[in-house]
Write a protein that binds this ligand. Structure first.
Ligand SMILES: [Ca+2]
Ligand SMILES: [Ca+2]
Ligand SMILES: [Zn+2]
Length: 343
């Protein structure tokens, strides 16, 4: 069975369509990150483009509104939350098992469970296993701490979220909780190529730190990585220049907007740096590192965005040129609707 086999055809779009039902996407793009120019949807039928394949799990796990085909993924919940889980994208529903390190796991069907998160903050793994093939999907489940009423948690400066969601969009509602990041858990994988610590707000200060992160961003980054490799770009991972930003930090670096997607944990400013010199690599191979290299990366997203199954992953995309502080990079987010600005 080819890796792509079960991603293709009608299976994936159906699974993702189900995940879309609870998502309202506002018709008007309002980008708080920067000025915005949203072009009209492109005309004509989308080209043939297969979604990126998964690693070697052979199945996927549906949780919240997400479908994870990867062997490891973060899961962010509030204390006592109930999370339904289901093994999907497979024909054989009778040979799955699941176990959880903490909390309570109850089987609700041949390949369905519900996990009740513990009351205490912390992280543990929920592992769903195909007992025939041995393939596993591990959800690294973080129980968050409630967002503080004030502006700090344990001395860590969060700042103040806008009490009113932008245009009533629930995606801009204040986060319910934040993940505690410690020296011990910062290396925890939240996706095959990314760890929790890569997404912390770059503000000064030590541990514990706190962040907000959305699973869908992680799924999108992995998808982008796979598709970039498939497109022939020399890419094995992304550097996260900026993931989560506290409202405090966002203001401290001079951002006027109070509604940046970075504050809501579903945005990342990324670049490719396989040679480790701290800036974007020469992806175009012309001997220069400039906006054109960021454009190569953005082009991968634009190609993905032509497919109907990509809809849940729609979001912002923008290119940023180098300046004295950083090399070229791209901003991506999963705000739920297409947004483009800048170049
Ligand atoms: Ca480089
Ligand atoms: Ca170049
Ligand atoms: Zn950004």
């Amino acid at each position: 069975m080819g890796v792509r086999h079960w991603w293709l055809g009608l299976v994936l779009p159906a699974a993702l369509a189900g995940s879309l039902s609870s998502q309202e996407t506002p018709a008007v793009a309002a980008d708080p990150h920067d000025t915005i120019a949203a072009p009209p949807d492109r005309a004509g039928p989308p080209p043939e483009l297969s979604p990126p394949g998964a690693a070697s799990t052979g199945f996927a796990v549906k949780f919240k509104d997400e479908v994870c085909p990867y062997p490891v993924m973060g899961l962010f919940v509030m204390p006592g939350d109930t999370v339904p889980l289901e093994a999907v994208l497979t024909d054989t529903l009778s040979r799955y098992t699941a176990e959880a390190g903490t909390g309570r796991l109850e089987r609700t069907g041949p390949a369905r469970w519900r996990w009740i998160a513990p009351r205490e903050k912390g992280v543990s793994a929920i592992v769903v296993r195909d007992s025939a093939s041995g393939g596993t999907v591990a959800l690294h489940a973080f129980v968050m701490v409630p967002r503080p009423a004030g502006t700090t948690i344990d001395g860590f400066r969060v700042g103040r979220y806008e009490p009113r969601a932008l245009r009533g969009d629930p995606g801009y509602a204040r986060p319910r909780g934040l993940v505690e990041v410690t020296e011990a858990n910062s290396g925890t994988f939240v996706a095959p190529h990314f760890t929790l610590g890569q997404f912390v707000s770059k503000q000064p200060g030590g541990y514990p730190k706190y962040l907000v992160l959305r699973e869908r961003l992680l799924l999108k980054l992995e998808m982008l990585l796979e598709e970039a490799a498939r497109a022939g770009l020399p890419v094995t991972t992304f550097r996260i220049m900026s993931g989560y930003r506290t409202p405090y930090y966002n203001r401290s670096i001079g951002n006027e907007t109070r509604y940046s997607r970075h504050l809501y944990g579903d945005a990342a400013d990324i670049y490719v740096d396989e040679d480790g010199d701290g800036v974007m690599d020469d992806l175009s191979g012309d001997g220069r590192v400039d906006l054109d290299d960021a454009r190569r990366l953005a082009g991968v997203i634009e190609r993905l965005a032509m497919s109907s199954w990509y809809r849940p992953f729609e979001g912002g995309l923008s290119l940023y040129p180098a300046n004295r502080a950083h090399g070229p990079f791209i901003h991506v987010d999963v705000r739920g609707h297409r947004a483009r600005w800048g170049e």
